[in-house]
Design a protein around this ligand. Structure first.
Ligand code: SF4
Length: 333
């Protein structure tokens, strides 16, 4: 097993974990004994020890020995702010996990931002962003778009809108393509019920209500650093800009039924190819449902096809364009 954040062979990882345990144990003993002078001497000694000792004393190594600490990274504003805060040492998370639901499904601007901006910047600043993908039991990769468009597929994992109420239906996409993918990585890297990973979720103060709705597993403990620090979404934008990074676009699948109408209208105007692909998806789903004698479903709440429901109208006609609801903490942040 390779320790997260420490590329290297298994023996090295094990040795570092054992040594980190020893150092941590010694620090704990001194702290328990209230021996501040000894703690200071240990701190001082570390200044003159070989590089390996510095690495072991590095709080990343200590944190890893205590349990994994990872950021649930969605490529959006809030979770990018978490990466920046981790790089600045304000929060202690050496690793971020980005579960890519598919190059054919994520918004292309999000993928470009993650790969061309966030990953290289984070690496230079001591935070490793891992890009993860869903893999089937037979080892082949699966994307959300691929599952939706597969011929004869009966799977409807995205939260499509009901024709009468416009309410979103049940969804498995976040669980299948993000939660389980990240969970698998955490388990493969040693998270257990006894030693759960601490997962930082990018909910900001303007989304406080979402924090109570997130699913959890017994091998991870969610934590909400932006709420603890009192940061709103606009604070996050400032944190990212102050670090010299471009502010990322909203992150989500380009066809997500949680888009507000204004976002669809902007897509139709500015990204007609993505809009056309969303229309194709909706058509495909409904042709399939027609054969099964089922009611149609839609990507918007208007109870009619996307191309009819959304014009290139002024976005302001539709009001706010934030996500309407995605409370797992893995999409949109
Ligand atoms: S962005 Fe929307 S469609 Fe994509 S995984 Fe999240 S909830 Fe599902």
């Amino acid at each position: 097993m390779t320790l997260p954040g420490f590329p290297g062979d298994d023996a090295m990882a094990r040795a570092m974990r054992e040594a980190a345990d020893l150092v941590r144990g010694r620090i704990d003993d001194l702290a328990a004994a209230g021996d501040q002078a000894a703690l200071d001497r240990l701190e001082e000694a570390a200044q003159f020890e070989p590089m390996d000792f510095h690495m072991l004393r590095d709080r990343r190594a200590l944190a890893t020995a205590e349990g994994m600490r990872v950021i649930s990274y969605g490529g959006g504003v809030q979770s990018t702010a978490l990466v920046v805060l981790a790089a600045q040492g304000i929060i202690d998370f050496p690793v971020a996990l980005f579960s890519n639901v598919g190059d054919d499904s994520e918004h292309p601007a999000t993928l470009s931002y993650v790969r061309q901006v966030a990953i290289p910047w984070a690496a230079k600043h001591g935070v490793t962003i891992h890009e993860l993908h869903r893999v089937r039991r037979d080892g082949t990769p699966e994307t959300l778009w691929g599952r939706l468009m597969r011929e004869e597929s009966r799977s409807l994992p995205i939260p499509v809108r009901m024709p009468d109420t416009g309410a979103p239906g049940t969804r498995n996409c976040t669980a299948d393509f993000k939660i389980r993918v990240i969970a698998k990585w955490l388990r493969q890297h040693g998270a257990t019920a006894e030693h759960p990973a601490t997962t930082a979720i990018g909910f900001s103060t303007d989304e406080f209500h979402r924090s109570s709705n997130r699913r959890t597993h017994d091998y991870e403990v969610p934590t909400y650093p932006l709420l603890d620090l009192g940061y709103s979404r606009s604070d996050c934008q400032r944190i990212i800009a102050d670090a010299g990074l471009p502010v990322p676009p909203k992150s989500s699948c380009f066809f997500c039924p949680f888009h507000r109408p204004a976002a669809w209208a902007e897509m139709r105007r500015d990204e007609p190819d993505l809009f056309d692909r969303s229309v194709l998806l909706e058509d495909t789903l409904n042709r399939r449902r027609e054969k099964l004698e089922k009611d149609p479903v839609y990507l918007t709440r208007f109870g009619r096809p996307l191309a009819e429901a959304i014009t290139e109208a002024q976005p302001t006609l539709f009001g706010d364009d934030g996500p309407e609801s995605c409370d797992e903490g893995y999409c949109w942040t």
